[in-house]
Design a protein around this ligand. Structure first.
Ligand code: ADP
Ligand code: MG
Length: 391
């Protein structure tokens, strides 16, 4: 799950990361009032959408007065913001963050992710922040320094200092950088993050000398750990999520919508992946990933059909169920029940395998429904591609 920048900043602030002052607004009036309350020489008005590159897309504006904050908020709220991460259709801006603007001396990058190879949290930092870090990684990888954190120990000060020195920070900022990195790591672990990114982390000029401030913040959370973070779950913005994926989550189905036209209903994530692979191998495109889980009951199957068919792109449905714990005859009855309840207008290819498979196939054959039975996995995929192409 993702959250907005202002929410990520709230979380980071609570863990001791230095982020600049600011509040979120959904109307120009509110934006102006926040600016008056902040009372600083310069302000940033920042579109809150779940995508980066807002600056380049025109969603981040500098203002020098509360009136100007209002004018920017008027322009940004309601705009369809297009960035390199939103796709050409862009995203509707419903809220803006009004923040204190800082005098920036240098923009750095600081990020933490779970590295699959080492199964550990890896901290990455770079002197070349602000811009696309992907571009730095591709063209100047030596500009990114990495440290792997030993999970049993956590992030010790010496390791944070190593990163800080690697960033070429002035001596006076080393303690601040160390504290900030440790606070970010603290937040990462406490919130079960899968990614935490501060880009830019800015060296700013203040009356009291230089400071280190998080100007942007991005947090991703591990969905499987959200049950123990009610406060984070409450930050979910339904506008930013695929409506079908949201509905699927509520009923315990794992559903990811994709661009193709073959709806897939499979039990088990591995089998679902192989099914998608085979559809592609036979020249088709899956419309979704869907794992109905171990208990393919009539209820879950009906629900899954409803999700798949709500996608207008779907021209054929491929059901591929392995009856291990569930028996094929029970699954077959579930499919028949579900199909009867639904107004199924597209061809349905069914492949069953496992316990009581013969009985299951017989039940499907006797149902009088217009189903296309398939024996092997590859055959099923091939048939689905064929019938989807004929639609
Ligand atoms: P995005 O990554 O979506 O483009 P950022 O929050 O990183 O959005 O903002 C883009 C740029 O705007 C930053 O690189 C920085 O130069 C500038 N910026 C953002 N927040 C501030 C701030 N509080 N003060 C000064 N400049 C800022
Ligand atoms: Mg940024």
């Amino acid at each position: 799950m993702n959250v907005h920048e202002y929410q990520a900043k709230e979380i980071l602030r609570a863990h001791g990361v230095n982020v600049q002052r600011g509040e979120v607004a959904s109307t120009p009036d509110e934006a102006e009032a926040i600016a008056r309350k902040l009372g600083c020489p310069m302000y940033m008005v920042k579109a809150q959408i779940h995508a980066g590159g807002r600056g380049k897309g025109g969603g981040v504006k500098l203002a020098t007065s509360p009136e100007e904050v209002r004018a920017h908020a008027e322009a940004i709220l309601g705009m369809q913001l297009v960035t390199h991460q939103t796709g050409p259709e862009g995203k509707l801006v419903r809220e803006v963050l009004v923040a204190e603007a800082n005098e920036i001396e240098k923009e750095l990058y600081l990020g933490m992710v779970i590295d699959r190879d080492s199964s550990r949290v890896v901290i990455m930092s770079s002197e070349e922040g602000g811009v696309d870090i992907e571009e730095v990684a591709a063209n100047r990888p030596e500009k990114i320094i990495k440290e792997t954190v030993e999970p049993a120990v956590g992030l010790p000060p010496f390791q944070a200092r190593k990163l800080a020195y690697g960033l070429g920070l002035p001596q006076t900022l080393i303690p601040k950088a160390t504290q900030l990195m440790m606070a970010l790591y603290d937040a990462f672990i406490a919130c079960d993050c899968s990614l935490a990114e501060i880009n830019p982390l800015a060296i700013t000029e203040t009356d009291g000398g230089q400071d280190l401030v998080a100007l942007d913040a991005k947090l991703n959370f591990d969905d499987n750990a959200l049950w123990r973070h009610e406060d984070i779950e409450a930050m979910r913005d339904p506008h930013e999520e695929d409506a079908r994926e949201l509905e699927a989550g509520k009923s315990g189905l794992s559903y990811i919508s994709l661009d193709g036209n073959i709806g897939c209903m499979v039990n088990g994530a591995g089998l679902a992946m192989s099914t998608m692979d085979l559809i592609k191998l036979h020249g088709g495109e899956p419309a979704n990933f869907l794992d109905v889980g171990g208990s393919a009951t009539t209820e879950t199957v009906t629900h899954a059909f409803r999700l798949i068919l709500a996608d207008e792109k779907v021209k054929a449905v491929l059901v591929n169920i392995f009856g291990g714990i569930m028996q094929c005859d029970v699954i077959a009855n579930g499919i028949i029940e579900a199909v009867k309840q639904m107004d199924l207008k597209v061809p349905l290819v069914v492949r069953l395998e496992g316990t009581n498979v013969e009985l299951g196939k017989q039940i499907l054959a006797d149902s009088g429904l217009n189903l296309i039975a398939a024996d092997g996995l590859s055959e099923a995929a091939q048939k689905a591609v064929e019938v989807a192409g004929n639609q």
